[in-house]
Structures are given as structure tokens and as C-alpha cells.
Design a protein around this ligand. Sequence first.
Ligand code: SF4
Ligand code: SF4
Length: 276
Amino acid sequence: MNIYAAPVYKLEELNNLFIELTAKNCNQRCKNCYIDFPINNKNLKDFISIDRIKEALQDTKCENIHCIYFTGAEPMTHPDFNSILRLCLKKSNVCICTNGSFLNEKKVRFLKKVEDEGVNQIFIKLSLCHFDELENDKIKYRGSFRQTIFALKTLDRYNFTSVLTIQNFYNLEKNLIIEMFNKIFCEQKISNTDLQIISNYPNFEEHNYSMPSSKTDCMFGRILTNNGVYTCPFLSNDYRGRVGSSFKDFSKIISAETDFCATCSKNNGFMFTIGE
Ligand code: SF4
Ligand code: SF4
């Protein structure tokens, strides 16, 4: 008999504070996006308030936060993005998880100016699905590949460290992905970008859920959204990942029983957190 037991993960230390700046506002529509966008979101105002972020920073002031991550949908659509960035940078490093479409020369220069006002660093996280432009744009959106490479080049000119996540939907050999992207970085003169390769989501039926991962994002982080505190960006606003209404009182234990958790288990490493 196949007895199913999901692994249980405990928050070891709150090193990573993810903040979902908006759940549904994005200026793109990737074919592979898991967000269920409303048909008409012209007046959608689901942006998290600065007051809520201030409260979270106050509640976590005794934690050893290494990095605050801005997530979304697209975090740079938040009307108070610049103020939130300045606020969070006073507390720790900040990593902006973005589609890159707002990263023109002017914006990147501004980010550098804000970074130079203090001691903490800004990291930028972008993503692609393939080293071939056409294959990538088939999965994301037309122009995504060029836009991302342009953003990486601009960031590089201003000495930002960026992380390029490769969502390996085509199940390509890891070494091939590394080789091809290194070639692109060389051609484009991009030298400050680290690659993070994420394996394809496993088939729900076929995956062995009971195999625990040695390192998951929920062991070192939590995400704040408009609706409360959740285990990780995968499960933000999902009742299965809800651990509390604020950082005053939240659960440190999670039973990893969703298909997203199976993806973490398969990858056996961080999916959102940058660095080792
Ligand atoms: S850029 Fe991100 S949030 Fe926007 S549609 Fe694409 S995957 Fe979804
Ligand atoms: S999906 Fe989230 S809750 Fe589940 S194992 Fe991964 S990081 Fe933890």
C-alpha cells in the first residue's frame, strides 16, 4: 500500500522577507504565467500599502533579515515603488523580482542613485525560459528575450549584480543551458549575472511527495501579502500556505503537500532566494 506522508518544514531563521507588492498588476501576459488575471484590470488596486510594509518591518526588527524581496505580479507597477525601495533598503539588501520591462537607462540610473544613498545592495532577478529567442518568446511573450537581455546589459553597465532564473520548461540538459547562456553573456558583454536553473514542474501523479528537500525557501523566509503572511511566493494568497495575519504571530511549521512543494522537492534547493 502506498502511504503518503508530506514532509514538514520548519522555519529555521527568518532571513528572507518576501513582500508581494501587487498580486494581479502586470504590464505583460506570459503564456506560462500562473496568475489568474481578471479580464479587465484597468482599475485594479491591489497594491500593498506602505503602512502595512512599515508594520512588517517593525514586527521583524529583531529578526536576522538578509534580504527583502519584492515580488508580484510585477512589483515595479506599484505607484509607491520608489518610496518602498528606499524604506526597505534602510533595513537590508533588496532583491527586485521583475520582468525587466521598466529597466531602461533612466530607471537603472535611479536605482544606482538610491543604492548609493546607503550601505545595502540592490539585486535584480529576471527570468527566461530558453537560450533561443523564438523558443523563449513562444512560452513568455513576444519581445521578452530581447527585453531581458537589454535589461541585463543596462544593469551590468551600472555594476548591479543580477540573477537570471531559467525556468526549464523544455527539460534541457543543465550543462547545455549554462554553456549557451555563457555564450550569450560573452557576446553581449554581460559579466555580473548569475544563472539559477529551475526544473520543470513535475507531474502531480508521478512525483514522490514524501521526499524532503534539504533547502527550501520556507525554511528561511516568509512572504507578506495584502491578505496576510504565507510560506513562500508559490503559495502567496493560497489558503494552504497561510501562516498568519501579520508578523506579530505566525506559524513556523508547514506541511509541504502541494504540487508546488513537489517542485521544490524535485529541485532540492532554493527557488526564489538568491545565493547559496
Ligand atoms: S511578467 Fe511575471 S507576472 Fe507578468 S505575466 Fe509574466 S510571469 Fe506573470
Ligand atoms: S512550495 Fe513553498 S511551502 Fe512548499 S516546499 Fe516550496 S517553499 Fe516550502
